[in-house]
Design a binder for this molecule. Structure first.
Ligand code: URA
Length: 432
């Protein structure tokens, strides 16, 4: 008995997009399904991804592509929970530890937060890598365990299971090695297929713009945000996006344990003002999306309820919230070269330096150093004195320090005293 004939031929589908024609719904359904089954070969999907990268997709094709990716796997269902659900997704940046204080804050306000997160690749950090610097904490949870934690604690940050949008899992790894990551239709469908399959009731997208982000230009970030909001809304998920500044790192730390320490400072009522502002802004959006108005997230931060949820959330996943965080074997201080005003501290330069110190990975299977990273002593706009510490580099492998210093070259600009740098606001625009 032979297997059923395939509905299409991969070469035909590739040629359609190569010749700038629209893919039909049936072609999209088939190619995603056949790729997931291994019938469409990696090199064929690579050719199709490049044709999409070069020739784009229209709104109908994007919607169908996302839907086919969702249907490639399972969908979670939180409708049995007693609370509404809301999730946040960031397109990735340097020093972006916002999920860590945000999930417990929103949970403390009565909304369940199912935060399925990823690991870092390249210069942007991953939430799971950060949390794994807490002794004992584990990222993998089964669906039943996750549901129980959502019911009991209200917040879960864990790894997405292999069954969620498996087509994206394969395609994202392929795009990573074929120069087809930075393509708006492919990014939008990749992110939204996972978020819609995850089953959240509402979603806030934090679309980063600037040197440390995927998208450097405001117009591109706006287009990505609009595309994702449309996909979410059409799928019945209340979705809004904020375009936020990633020209300089968020907060004063980039690196796994360093960022956990800063997140805990925020939960304790302190922390850098930009991290607090963005966390509370995103929390308000999540609460509004979940229909939970009339609660101020600043209150649960101030009275310690958010910290209580954090401690329970870490404990529920085997972590010890009181255990000391790992510290690096070596540190290296970068001094301010002159008196003046720090006008630029480039996010990409800091992200690359943290990565080279060991905080990030070059390949998916690489380990990360929990304690590696960069600590900033000043943010752009500050007046500095020559010879004062500007940055501290942390690593367990000091031979990495020269390459990290190279990454920082040109990324730090000090202008004469009295200069007024043009500082962008944290939240640039809201897309709904
Ligand atoms: N994050 C994703 O999940 N997918 C992309 O394509 C880009 C960022």
């Amino acid at each position: 008995m032979g297997s059923a004939p395939e509905a299409f031929d991969a070469v035909e589908v590739i040629a359609t997009k190569r010749d700038r024609r629209e893919l039909s719904d049936a072609q999209i359904d088939w190619v995603i399904d056949a790729y997931t089954r291994g019938v469409v070969a990696e090199e064929q999907m690579a050719a199709l991804a490049m044709a999409i990268y070069l020739n784009g997709m229209g709104a109908r094709e994007i919607a169908r592509w996302a839907d086919a990716m969702i249907r490639s796997g399972e969908r979670l269902d939180f409708s049995g929970l007693r609370r509404p659900t809301s999730d946040k997704h960031s397109t990735g940046g340097v020093g972006d530890k916002i999920t860590l204080p945000l999930a417990p804050i929103v949970a403390a306000c009565g909304v369940a937060v199912p935060q399925l997160s990823g690991r870092g690749l390249g210069h942007t950090g991953g939430t799971l890598d950060k949390l794994e610097s807490i002794p004992g904490w584990r990222a993998s949870l089964g669906t039943t365990e996750m549901m129980r934690q959502l019911e009991d604690v209200g917040a879960v940050i864990c790894a997405a299971g292999a069954g969620l949008a498996p087509a994206d899992r394969k395609l994202y790894a392929l795009r990573d090695v074929t120069g087809t990551v930075s393509c708006i239709p492919l990014i939008a469908t990749s992110i939204m297929s996972k978020k819609i399959a995850e089953g959240t009731g509402s979603l806030v997208l934090d679309v980063k713009v600037g040197s440390g982000a995927f998208l450097k230009e405001l117009a591109d970030a706006r287009e990505l945000a609009g595309t994702m909001v449309r996909l979410g809304t059409d799928a019945g998920v209340r979705t809004v996006a904020l375009l936020t500044n990633m020209q300089t790192p968020l907060g004063l730390t980039a690196g796994n344990a360093l960022e956990v320490r800063e997140a805990v400072e925020v939960l304790a009522g302190g922390g850098p003002p930009d991290v607090v502002e963005l966390t509370l802004t995103l929390a308000r959006e999540m609460l509004e999306g979940a229909g939970r108005t009339g609660v101020d997230p600043a209150d649960v931060l101030a009275d310690g309820r958010a910290m209580d949820v954090w401690r329970r959330m870490i404990r529920a996943q085997g972590g010890d919230p009181d255990a000391p965080l790992p510290t690096a074997k070596e540190t290296h201080t970068v001094l301010a070269p002159a008196d003046g005003v720090l006008v630029e501290l480039d996010a990409l330069a800091v992200g690359l330096a943290a990565w080279r110190l060991g905080a990030g990975r070059a390949r998916k299977e690489d380990p990360v150093q929990a304690a590696a990273g960069v600590e900033l002593h000043y943010k752009p706009g500050a007046t500095v004195r020559g010879g004062e510490p500007l940055l501290t580099l942390h690593t367990d492998t000091p031979e990495r320090i020269p390459r990290a210093l190279e990454a920082l070259e040109g990324g730090v600009t000090i202008a004469p005293e009295g200069s007024r740098p043009a500082l962008s606001p944290i939240v640039i625009e809201r897309v709904a």
